[in-house]
Design a protein around this ligand. Structure first.
Ligand code: ATP
Ligand code: ZN
Length: 210
């Protein structure tokens, strides 16, 4: 039988905790920064190291059987995957933020305004649900700077401590989505015995950490 594959982030905020979780499950593997794929010595599993943005689609398409990725990225890509387990790390909140002196008081005040974000799909869904028609400006990085540059009236981005907002003269306005790292699988794979064994180990690691 072919080894199962799990996709985790190659480098970034989720990499270290994803590697640690798998090691705590008793999996023995080399964590070479330069390789894209590594084989676990004592478990029928291969680990793929990818950009987080690619993980939901790789799992949906069956290139990887499992993945560890932020819920925000799953929601943004709208990939058709199954949530197997919430992992309790990588917690953050996606918020709309506005300039400190903005006259925006209610969601309806965002009608006709421009909102900059790297998460257009999640934002559009939220605005549609609340009957707000704002213009969504897709920006891939440094979204917080866009109101100061008069590129937007508000932003929608990941906020953890709020420090980046403050240093850019912005304040939180609306919480849209809470996110954490999730173990995902392609649909229908969770009855696989190797997946079940891994799930049991992950759950006992999570319980031990409680
Ligand atoms: P990649 O190079 O893999 O595309 P990235 O730059 O898109 O990485 P990171 O900044 O490493 O992503 O964040 C990965 C995930 O960590 C986010 O998608 C989110 O789920 C989570 N996260 C938790 N806290 C934060 C935070 N303060 N800022 C950004 N992401 C956070
Ligand atoms: Zn990314």
């Amino acid at each position: 039988m072919k080894n199962l594959k799990i996709a985790i982030q190659k480098s970034g905020r989720l990499n270290e905790k994803s590697v640690q979780l798998l090691k705590n499950c008793g999996l023995n593997f080399e964590n070479y920064k330069s390789s894209l794929i590594t084989t676990v010595a004592n478990f029928p599993l291969e680990i793929l190291f990818l950009r987080d943005d690619d993980i939901p689609e790789y799992v949906q398409d069956g290139i990887a059987d499992l993945g560890i990725v932020g819920e925000n990225v799953i929601a943004e890509t709208e990939a058709d995957v199954r949530y197997l387990q919430r992992l309790g790390f990588g917690k953050c909140t996606l918020k709309i933020a506005i300039p400190n002196h903005s006259e925006t008081k209610t969601l309806a005040d965002l009608d006709g305004k421009a909102i900059a974000t790297s998460y257009p799909t999640i934002l559009k869904k939220f605005l549609d649900e609340h009957g707000v028609s704002a213009e969504i400006r897709m920006i891939s990085g440094s979204v917080e700077i866009s109101p100061a540059l008069e590129l937007s009236d508000a932003i929608f981005d990941i906020v953890s401590t709020g420090g980046t907002l403050r240093s850019n003269g912005l304040k939180p306005f609306a919480d849209v989505m809470a996110s954490e790292a999730i173990l995902i699988s392609k649909n229908g794979i969770d009855s696989n015995p190797v997946v079940r064994e891994l799930m049991q180990r992950i759950q006992s690691v999570l319980r031990a950490a409680e």
